[in-house]
Design a protein. Structure first.
Length: 309
């Protein structure tokens, strides 16, 4: 793998390398962009081969070669986009959760007469993970000669959270203007806590609607579509003369594609409804997609077993 990683490092465009590096930093993964892309490619190739053999021995409505290619691209997309989005979203959520407590902690240290650097070091020691890891990296940059305000702004961009960008900008402006940092931190902590309370209330109020969308897109609609497709398959060549095996396979493929798109869109809708962010809905779409396809397959299988087809 090291040889493949070095080869990929030479051929990947700088823009992709920079975006992958930023993504890995936000994930908290200690890999280089070339190593991560190498792992993604090898895993996707293995997935494509597995899908190819599964399509060869089952009645999958798509050519085995095309199935393998599709499996490769879907696996690569999930590893390079879906999984990182889920991990980053979870990591940002953990950091936003501890932000009020961390700022309160810093305020207490500042009121005791210590400097902002000492307050940040105390937060690192208090283990507000993963926020403590980001602050530790920021302090390391300061020790290497970077100014504190630029290091903090870099941390906010590295985290990738709009909430952190706003709060860090306020904190940096307070440092530059010589304001009472303890009071500023207390005020920010109160505002962040109020925002989080509103977000929790919104999530609670929309739980029923979100659950309905998830059950409909991942369970009910695929099951009905699977049963209907299975029943249609009983009539091929007999009652419906134009419905050949080839046409029926294409029909199943179209229905499966519709179910997959519906699951992804439904997941994005749940994210917008519950959290006001489409990005947070990606994880729901990624979870609903395989469930919906399995339920569809179960629906067609049950019809076949009941009718003996």
């Amino acid at each position: 793998m090291p040889t493949i990683s070095k080869l990929i490092e030479r051929v990947i465009p700088p823009s992709i390398e920079r975006s992958t590096e930023l993504k890995l930093r936000r994930m908290g993964v200690a890999l280089t962009p070339s190593e991560y892309i190498t792992i993604a490619l090898l895993s996707s190739i293995l997935t494509g081969i597995l899908v190819f053999f599964m399509a060869s021995v089952t009645s999958f409505p798509l050519n085995p070669i095309l199935s393998g290619i599709l499996g490769f691209f879907l696996a690569y997309l999930m590893i390079t986009a879906g999984v990182p989005s889920i991990i980053i979203s979870k990591r940002i959520g953990e950091m936003e959760k501890v932000l009020p407590d961390a700022f309160r902690h810093m305020s207490t240290i500042l009121r005791s007469g210590s400097s902002i650097e000492v307050a940040l070091e105390d937060v690192v020691d208090a283990k507000y993970d993963p926020l403590s890891e980001e602050i530790s990296r920021t302090l390391l940059e300061v020790r290497r000669g970077r100014s504190l305000d630029r290091a903090l702004l870099g941390m906010s961009k590295r985290i990738g959270s709009p909430l952190y960008e706003r709060t860090i900008n306020i904190l940096v402006e307070a440092i530059r203007r010589g304001a009472m940092l303890a009071d500023v931190l207390d005020a920010i902590a109160e505002d962040v806590r109020a925002i989080q309370m509103i977000q929790r209330e919104r999530a609670a109020l929309t739980m029923m609607q979100g659950s309905f969308i998830m059950v409909s897109c991942a369970m009910a609609a695929p099951l009905v579509a699977g049963i209907a497709t299975g029943i249609v398959g009983l009539f091929k060549g007999e009652i419906i003369s134009g419905l050949t095996d080839e046409v029926y396979s294409q029909l199943r493929l179209i229905v499966m594609g519709y179910i997959a798109i519906q699951s992804l869109v439904g997941g994005l809708g749940v994210g917008v409804m519950r959290f006001g962010s489409m990005r947070k809905g990606i994880k729901y779409g990624m979870l609903m997609l395989p469930v919906s396809l399995v339920v569809f397959k179960v629906g067609t299988f049950v019809v076949g077993k009941i009718t003996g087809a």
